[in-house]
Design a protein around this ligand. Structure first.
Ligand SMILES: *Cc1c(COP(=O)(O)O)cnc(C)c1O
Length: 495
């Protein structure tokens, strides 16, 4: 059955998957949601014998119904290849009584690779399907991680170009090195004189510049965004939950139909929403455990039904979760409002106006699948040390937030259900925080000394993504003022 996509903010006619991927965000500011969540049409037993790529096809074909089998399999083959450092793509490691689903074996050693390695191919295929011949130009402002993951995904993908703006003095040295060493003639990385907000504002301005869009169209270009709310990022994230259950079954760690709980370290609410969709497809999942760091807006929301961003923004050791507005939550709000666009629109207007909204008790009842909690900085560091000392397994700070919340959940509920913890980054990506958590004595070492020390400690080879930046030559050294961004774009496109 065909799946069409509605906006969460209007009753406008639903559109096809490829159109939703091309648009990213709806014109009314809403997010695209499937008109129904399709049921898995293979049993877990059948899926248990499949590779990651095969499982990904079985899941994605149900959501992206206007893609042909050949198109979808082509996208999957190009995405999940030797860019990943393991053939299984998302391995499972058992430690401290839980299954860690390692989503960090892609080119930038964090979970965003799972979606950003396939998005470019879905985007190009969508463009061709909709008779768009223009080259797709991705424009991104980044505070660090997403920029590199998008660059790695789009580099050398025919029919695309990618331009990344970052605050010249506002990212870590390793993050900057990762970006400015990015290969690929279709890539451009520019440091701007200003902060992240300046970069973001500049990008938004360029996006909404109608004159520039017209000129670009004449020269055979059009903008698109690799934003985390794109359906083309959400759907690929459902696949690894299905894959992990299938693997646990094939390895005899669970029986057919046995439910598992899932813990997800959460920021924008994209990853855990994908798990929710997996559950709605019929995957035997019990609780969806939403783990926050000290920016605990979601914890408060699950407790009280009030979403309130009016609070101090905390900088933590799990920076990819330092978020006060979880954009993907809107998809869940729309759903628990009974797919009522008007009601959702009202709540989102309250969020952008007063920074707060409160859901009804009836809506709150729709959150029964979820459990929310958070971990302090101290608890996060303590669990890294504990798991290392108990099992020799080293986890990163984001995954540690999930592990700490899982401990709280167990203590509170005594629930013994087997549990998968989404492991969203390699410890090598956040080496300093990880090593400091294990022992204060590491504080005086340089970043690369720490990398080597971690490799010894965890008995894990230094990932290629890190090895590369030790020696890779800088290929991007462009800088500009925020008001010159448009000219930089023109110059790169030759218009
Ligand atoms: C982006 C990110 C998260 C948060 O994922 P969301 O889908 O935004 O909730 C968690 N951990 C890491 C390492 C990330 O990069």
């Amino acid at each position: 059955m065909e799946v069409l996509y509605y906006s969460t903010r209007s009753e406008a006619k639903p559109i096809k998957a490829s159109e939703a991927i091309l648009k990213g965000l709806s014109d009314d500011g809403g997010l695209f949601v499937p008109d129904h969540v399709p049921a898995l049409d293979k049993s877990l037993k059948e899926l248990a014998g499949m590779t990651y790529q095969e499982v990904a096809y079985e899941v994605m074909k149900l959501f992206l119904t206007d893609f042909t089998e050949e198109e979808l399999k082509g996208c999957i083959a190009k995405a999940y290849d030797s860019k990943f450092d393991t053939e299984v793509i998302a391995p499972i490691v058992e430690a401290e009584g839980a299954y860690y689903l390692e989503l960090f074996h892609g080119p930038t050693i964090a979970f965003k690779d799972m979606a950003l390695s396939i998005l470019p191919h879905l985007l190009i295929t969508s463009a061709r399907k909709n008779q768009i011949q223009n080259e797709i130009v991705i424009l991104t402002a980044t505070s660090g991680d997403t920029g590199k993951a998008a660059l790695a995904g789009f580099a050398n993908v025919e029919g695309t170009r990618i331009i990344v703006f970052y605050p010249k003095n506002g990212v870590s040295p390793i993050q900057e090195k990762q970006m400015v060493t990015q290969k690929g003639a279709n890539t451009l990385v520019v440091g701007i004189h200003g902060n992240f907000d300046d970069a973001q504002t500049g990008v938004k301005k360029i996006f909404s510049d109608k004159e520039l869009a017209k000129e670009m169209d004449q020269k055979g270009f059009q903008f698109s965004s690799a934003n985390s709310i794109n359906v083309g990022r959400l759907v690929p994230q459902i696949c690894y939950y299905v894959y992990s259950s299938a693997k646990l079954l094939s390895e005899g760690r669970i029986t057919e139909g046995e439910k598992i709980n899932v813990v997800v370290p959460t920021g924008n609410f994209g990853n855990i929403l994908a798990a929710f969709y997996a559950k709605n497809m019929g995957l035997p999942i019990g609780k969806l455990i939403c783990a926050s760091n000290e920016n605990k807006v979601l914890f408060d929301f699950f407790r009280t039904g009030a979403y309130d961003r009016n609070r101090e923004f905390m900088l933590t050791s799990s920076p990819s979760m330092d978020i006060l507005i979880s954009s993907n939550l809107e998809r869940l709000i729309y759903r628990i409002a009974g797919n009522d666009a008007k009601k959702n629109q009202e709540l989102m207007a309250a969020l952008s106006g007063q920074g707060k909204y409160v859901i009804t008790d009836e809506m709150k009842a729709g959150l029964a699948d979820f459990y929310g909690n958070y971990a302090s900085e101290k608890e996060t560091a303590a669990i890294i040390k504990k798991i290392y000392e108990d099992c020799g397994y080293v986890i990163d700070t984001h995954t540690a937030v999930a592990a700490a919340v899982y401990e709280k959940y167990q203590a509170e509920t005594k629930d013994e259900t087997k549990t998968v913890i989404a492991s969203t980054a390699s410890p090598f990506k956040f080496t300093r925080s990880v090593m400091n958590a294990i022992d204060e004595k590491y504080d005086s070492m340089t970043d690369f000394e720490l990398v080597d020390e971690l490799s010894k400690l965890a008995n894990v080879k230094v990932p290629n993504a890190i090895e590369e930046i030790r020696t890779a030559p800088v290929v991007h050294d462009k800088q500009c003022d925020a008001d010159e961004m448009k000219n930089v774009v023109r110059e790169f496109l030759g218009i």
